[in-house]
Design a protein around this ligand. Structure first.
Ligand SMILES: Cc1cc2nc3c(=O)[nH]c(=O)nc-3n(C[C@H](O)[C@H](O)[C@H](O)COP(=O)(O)O)c2cc1C
Length: 167
């Protein structure tokens, strides 16, 4: 087990990273990130997901153009598309795949690899590029790479007193 104070510090220190070194992530590290995704919780343990590893620079560039704020996709040596198989868990595929993305981001962070969730994406266009089934949900494309430059200063968080209460 991880020491709890250390773990909380680790969670607080993770940042979204948008600049990456021009260096491929090692196979071992990539496998660990994928494994972290594989071990995510899912409703009824359905595991309704598929992970696409994208290293092709042309594809990364094309996806980047389909993201409103995702120029960093083309700066990354690779990205992982997290796909939810809607039919396999129709009521929970979004929650299930969201946990996957968090597990992957945290695993990556522990390896010194930065990631950034991409939300505003022309999903239908990207799904077509990736040859995905129309009935699958493209949750996100997570660009990742070794961190280039300084780690951004922590983004602000609401105070606990604003967001938690006893009932
Ligand atoms: C659902 C979701 C969508 C996001 N979309 C984008 C995005 O399209 N582009 C981007 O650069 N960052 C995106 N982010 C990253 C957030 O801006 C970032 O997590 C937030 O500002 C907090 O910063 P931190 O991750 O460094 O703590 C997204 C995050 C989430 C959870």
């Amino acid at each position: 087990m991880i020491e709890p104070e250390e773990f909380l510090k680790f969670l607080k220190e993770r940042r979204s990273i948008r600049t990456y070194l021009d260096k491929m992530i090692s196979d071992k590290e990539l496998e660990m990130i994928l494994e972290a995704g594989r071990w995510s919780p899912s409703a009824s343990n359905k595991q309704p997901w598929e992970f696409l590893v994208i290293k092709n620079k042309e594809i990364l560039k094309k996806i980047s153009k389909k993201a409103f704020y995702g120029i960093h996709i083309k700066r990354a040596p690779l990205a992982i598309a997290i796909v939810g198989k809607i039919k396999e868990n129709p009521n929970y595929y979004i929650q299930d795949t969201s946990f996957v993305s968090m597990n992957m981001m945290l695993m990556a962070w522990s390896l010194g690899i930065g990631t950034c969730w991409i939300g505003a994406l022309e999903r239908d266009a990207v799904k077509e590029m990736l040859g995905l089934d129309k009935n699958d949900n493209l949750l996100t494309v997570l660009p990742m790479g070794y961190i280039k430059g300084n780690i951004p200063i922590p983004t602000l968080r609401k105070k606990l007193s604003q967001i938690s209460r006893e009932v």
